[in-house]
Design a protein around this ligand. Structure first.
Ligand SMILES: [Zn+2]
Length: 280
């Protein structure tokens, strides 16, 4: 029997097909293929697939994709569609929920928060060993807290989300806005001689500190785990938090707080592997 695990983000779709000890890995652009089309292809190539676990960079509730600011959707009712076509059980959850399940397993901590920055910025919280989901599985959607009005449009449709500043897609939108056709590399922007580029990097840092401060203030964890492509490429962001977070949250909530970079290769994908256990 084979199991298919997928991590779909705003840029990449990464998958693993597991059969005993053997693993087949694949990475494709998530902009060029829909999730259901991808599953169709994998099942036609591997008809023995008996379980599918998916980490999804968007809002997901009860097997239905509710919204996805950064991904094109080819099927909202993904669980029902796969069930009716193939009769294969599929569990799908938000990518940060998946990531924090994997992080909790790794760090063995009962009170933790995860803050990941890549194409978007997302968070999740485990409180006393239990994932905080909210009524529609959308708790701690930190990317879309109101921050400052901008001339830009967030993937969710609003113009004032913190994701418009503290994310890869946010930096990209600002660069386009100022007519710069370059890759949004935070480190490069920070040290640019171009004042507009420097301002984008500084605005990123300020929004990132603010998002982390809000997350710590509201969730009061023992451990904050940082991950995602932008943070991995800019590990100084962890130091920035350690140095400046006291200006963004209540000081007692920083007592004993540990801040760690994720050491997992792909925490959302590792979490997708735990979905069968947690939903079994
Ligand atoms: Zn938004």
């Amino acid at each position: 029997m084979k199991k298919l695990f997928i991590d779909i983000g705003g840029t990449h779709l990464r998958s693993e097909i597991e059969e005993g000890e053997s693993i087949i890995r694949e990475t494709v652009s998530s902009q060029t293929i829909g999730l259901l089309s991808y599953i169709d292809t994998q099942i036609s190539l591997h008809p023995q697939i008996s379980f599918i676990g998916i980490s999804y960079a968007g809002q997901v509730n009860n097997g239905i994709i509710a919204a996805s600011p950064n991904i094109n959707i080819d099927e909202y009712e993904i669980v029902a569609a796969v069930q009716s076509r193939y009769g294969i059980p599929l569990v799908i959850d938000n990518d940060l929920n998946c990531a924090i399940l994997a992080e909790a397993e790794y760090w063995k901590v009962d009170n933790l928060a995860a803050l990941f920055v890549g194409t978007g910025i997302g968070a999740a919280v485990i409180d006393n060993g239990k994932l905080v989901r909210g009524s529609r599985n959308m708790a701690f959607e930190i990317g879309h807290i109101p921050y400052r009005e901008t001339p830009l449009r967030c993937g969710c449709g609003r113009n004032n989300c913190i994701e418009l500043y503290a994310s890869g897609s946010g930096m990209e939108k600002w660069l386009k806005h100022f007519g710069r056709d370059i890759y949004p590399d935070l480190e490069q922007l920070k040290h640019s001689i171009d004042e507009a580029e420097q301002r984008i990097a500084l605005a990123f840092e300020e929004a990132f500190l603010c998002a982390a401060g809000v997350l710590i203030t509201l969730s009061n964890p023992d451990l904050l785990v940082l991950g995602g492509g932008v943070i991995e490429q800019n590990p100084y962001l962890a130091t920035l938090l350690r140095e400046k977070l006291n200006h963004y949250t209540l000081s007692p909530s920083l007592e004993g707080l540990r801040i760690q970079m994720s050491v997992l290769d792909n925490a959302p994908l590792e979490g997708a592997k735990l979905l069968e256990r947690d939903n079994g």
